[in-house]
Design a protein around this ligand. Sequence first.
Ligand SMILES: Nc1ncnc2c1ncn2[C@@H]1O[C@H](C[S@+](CC[C@H]([NH3+])C(=O)[O-])CC(=O)[O-])[C@@H](O)[C@H]1O
Ligand SMILES: O=C(O)C(=O)Cc1ccccc1
Length: 291
Amino acid sequence: MIGHIAIIDDYFLTGWIQRMDPPCFDDIRCAFDSIRNRGRKKRVKPEGFCVRFRRMSRDVIYTSEIHSNGFVFDDKVASVFADMIGRSVPGYGQTLQMVELLAHQFAQAESNLYDLGCSLGAATMALSRGSAGKDCRVIGIDNSPAMVERCKGMLKDEPVEILCQDILDTAIENASVVVLNFVLQFIEREERLQLLKKIQQGLRPGGVLIISEKIAFVDEAESRRQIELHEAFKRAQGYSELEISRKRSALENVLVPEPLDVHHHRLKQAGFSASNTWFQCFNFASMIAFK
Ligand SMILES: Nc1ncnc2c1ncn2[C@@H]1O[C@H](C[S@+](CC[C@H]([NH3+])C(=O)[O-])CC(=O)[O-])[C@@H](O)[C@H]1O
Ligand SMILES: O=C(O)C(=O)Cc1ccccc1
């Protein structure tokens, strides 16, 4: 049920919890409680679990004035990314759980599963877990060397391949599930259709593309409302007004969101037979497209 990222209260721990059966949230909380009781530094194995954990660094990048112009996936961002995305994207954890469920549903035996723009490999892990036992190749790809290096470390015991590559150059073949989890938004708009066509062509019959995005709204008042709600979410997650506004400026022209109907229309143009939106929270949404 849960992948490898567990955020318990304000402990900011990243952990891998492996057991024969998928653990539920209460099991994990129990495991962490038992760790807490014995002192935070001590590595213990609560009964029935194999828990490996490292402290997840808190994202304080935009608390200081000194940060790069624009937004780049450099080592600074990679080192706090798990915390950053968890506190910035409403429903991110839920999305990962559903990627695992969808992989379980759609992964075909002896096919390839791709996580394009894998960052630290959270969705790669979900693909791996969801397709366990089907003899699939799970491939995570990212063009940020800092992300790839950390991702390889995080997933070193998982049967996945992690490549440092531009996803525009990646060959997609024999695929049953492809994931673009909050990645298309960073690709130049003119390149997006071509990328989706390539994915559609690399999918087997019955294959799916799972795509999550920050979305835009055509109606100005609606757009304002959704952005305000997203920013209220970020405030509730502990980001200050200054951090929120600095990151907003950094993301301008780097993360370019589009309305949901633009996405669905483009998926059709790329050759997908159908698509739908299976999750939305404020200006973040997840879709699935069927070959
Ligand atoms: N052309 C490109 N080629 C390869 N990678 C790219 C490219 N452009 C951007 N990236 C990579 O796409 C990732 C986007 S983050 C994905 C989260 C992850 N999917 C997750 O489920 O945790 C989303 C976010 O930061 O909002 C970064 O690691 C970039 O290096
Ligand atoms: O933080 C934001 O405002 C976002 O839109 C989400 C996000 C999350 C991680 C990196 C870049 C953008």
